[in-house]
Design a protein around this ligand. Sequence first.
Ligand code: NAD
Length: 255
Amino acid sequence: MFTLKGHTAIVTGGASGIGLATVEMLSKLGANIVIADLNAEAGNAVAKSINEAGTKAVFVETNVADADSVNALVNKTLEAFGSVEILMHFAGIGLEQHALDTTRENWDRIIGINLTGSFLVMQAAGREMVKNGYGRIVAMSSIAGIRGGTGRTAYGASKGGVAAMMRVMSMEWAKRGVTVNALAPGGIETALVKKMHDEETRRAYLAGIPMDRYGTPEEVAAAAVYLALPQSGYITGVSLAVDGGFEAAGVIKED
Ligand SMILES: NC(=O)c1ccc[n+]([C@@H]2O[C@H](COP(=O)([O-])OP(=O)(O)OC[C@H]3O[C@@H](n4cnc5c(N)ncnc54)[C@H](O)[C@@H]3O)[C@@H](O)[C@H]2O)c1
């Protein structure tokens, strides 16, 4: 019933973590894949394994914070496959630093990659989709863009900004066949989280997660792929939490 045959998907951050799991799931549904990432070694390896499994994939080395690089990504996608129907914009970096310690340099780095990068990629891919009258954009927000976790001044601001921008684009393109949604994951076991979450952070997170565990990249990819289907065409402007109940939680007593 569900197929993405004939659809082309750009997946930024597709060389690792949530992006990688999404590349694998999209390819199983038959989509052509463009993996866009800074990490050329890992990105090329992913493209090779997807091609060997029988779906078409190309890797395009991309820095999402650089407008020329993003424009080249869209052009290379059109050269390779002729159109772009799906954007999964997941490239991003993390930072845990309290407000009083956040340097201007770190602020600029996080906002530059996570927020400005999202603007550049969503605008460039969105332009093509609006032109064609069809598109599915899935941006990457975070529970840190909704809740006030400590140490998330720059990161939380960047992810809250992504959610706000997603809502605006979803309104502007609502009559143009292009849906724009975002994911708001909680703690997901990836390389980024292994770097960002020490034991103390992990304990603090688990105390607030009703399911009492971190999520897997595949659990986020499944939500992303759902929002990329033609059948999800009446959903737009939504931040979908994939967080084991973290956002919904109030006081929880044991049974
Ligand atoms: N893991 C979590 O718990 C979690 C929770 C909420 C949101 N997120 C968000 O999900 C996204 C993916 O995170 P992940 O956990 O899979 O991380 P990850 O580190 O495993 O993957 C991120 C990928 O993005 C790429 N990347 C980084 N900067 C880039 C740039 N400037 N241009 C192009 N590519 C770049 C990296 O090379 C890497 O392959 C991020 O936006 C992150 O903020 C993650």
